[in-house]
Design a protein around this ligand. Sequence first.
Ligand code: GAL
Length: 460
Amino acid sequence: MKYFDNKFIWGCATSSYQIEGEAYGNGKGPSIWDDFVRIPGKTVNGEHAEVSCNFYHTYREDIALMAQMGIKAFRFSFSWPRIMPLGYGKINEQGIQFYSDMINCLLEHGIEPYATLYHWDLPLELQTAHNGWLNPKITEYFTEYANVCFRNFGDRVKNWITINEPWVVAILGYGQGAFAPGRVSQTEPYLVGHHELLAHAKAVKYYRDNYQASQQGQIGISLNCDWREPLTNNPEDMEAAERALLFFAGWFADPIWKGDYPEVMRQRIGHKLPSFTPEEKAMLMGSSDFFGLNHYTTMFAANSKNTNSDRNVYGNGGISEDQHVDLSVDPAWETTTMNWAVVPWGFRKLLEWIDKRYNRPTIIITENGMSNNDTVSNGEVNDQPRINFIRSYLEACHEAMQHGADVRGYFAWSLLDNFEWALGYQKQFGLIHVDMKTLVRTPKASAWWYAGVVKNNCID
Ligand code: GAL
């Protein structure tokens, strides 16, 4: 038995575009994802999330199911274009009403809201007419939007996440072009990341200056990071693994917890990496009340001997030629249907690395989970692999906590099977199975297993 503190936050995570549906109705403006999924070839089978889980219309049932599982906290995101159809200016009152009702429903069920302001569905207008995250003015648009959310929901929402995975927005959205807005560039990701950091810091400052004292909430950011294990213990590979972590979590965490980009990024990227003014550094420093961590997998890292710049776009390598890191996996590792290796000890090492590098920050695991091919048979879903996965990752987390990491909560990704971005509906991460044709919900074995963990505050 491994026990967790009785204040430990047990939750489930989701995001607006992936679950809500009602993509064009009730006053919502289009987002870059509504547009991107229409481009042939961008998603598997041309799938999109116009309806998806239909959460916009079924949230009462879904929240009741969550309550039945005893879930204590729900992480969702606001759809920016549902709240502000153009991204600025006019507010869509129906959008405000929807989120307000949904939040009230959570509270009626004793479930604590954890709200993300930006989980990738940028208002299309901000992309087409204002150059999206490449425009420095995005920091102002974002703060204006954040203010609308703080003002309307902050009396009830006490946990805010500014941006979900700025790395993904920069690398997959502007580097590899796999995600909206689908741009491919070697330089833009650094500019995008820079603006994301400044938008985050500005919104946090706005919250702290205007709302935190009266609303008494906490605000932070969610960063995604895999673990990078040195392929060998020769110093070059050890350094490469460290470098890979700094290009991954460090890119965003260093400015927030240390006041600037990692030195190794500056050395390798040079002028492609923008600089912060002293005022910006001061605004960034300490701009997260907690370290939100989304973690899924581990890879080996080795110092790259190859000089050919384009060769290594494997997995989450990032803009690889700048890092000079070769990534690989152990073929013996078990993998999920995303092809991500299941390596719980990598989670422990990452938590301990974050703990050490950022001087014991409060950590909240804002996402962790696995995709598995789940099927319903006789009204049941036997997803034992997911139970094994979550159990082993929670054990690893528990171990890191024993070694001092200050982990306060865990959010399973995800509550529902949902739209998995470019991979459409082929990948299933939910604790609750959703039949995408009938929209019927069937809790999986893992949902009831997780309910037991939540209830007893321990893993057996
Ligand atoms: C994260 C993302 C989620 C979800 C998950 C599983 O990167 O925040 O939206 O898609 O990965 O792939």
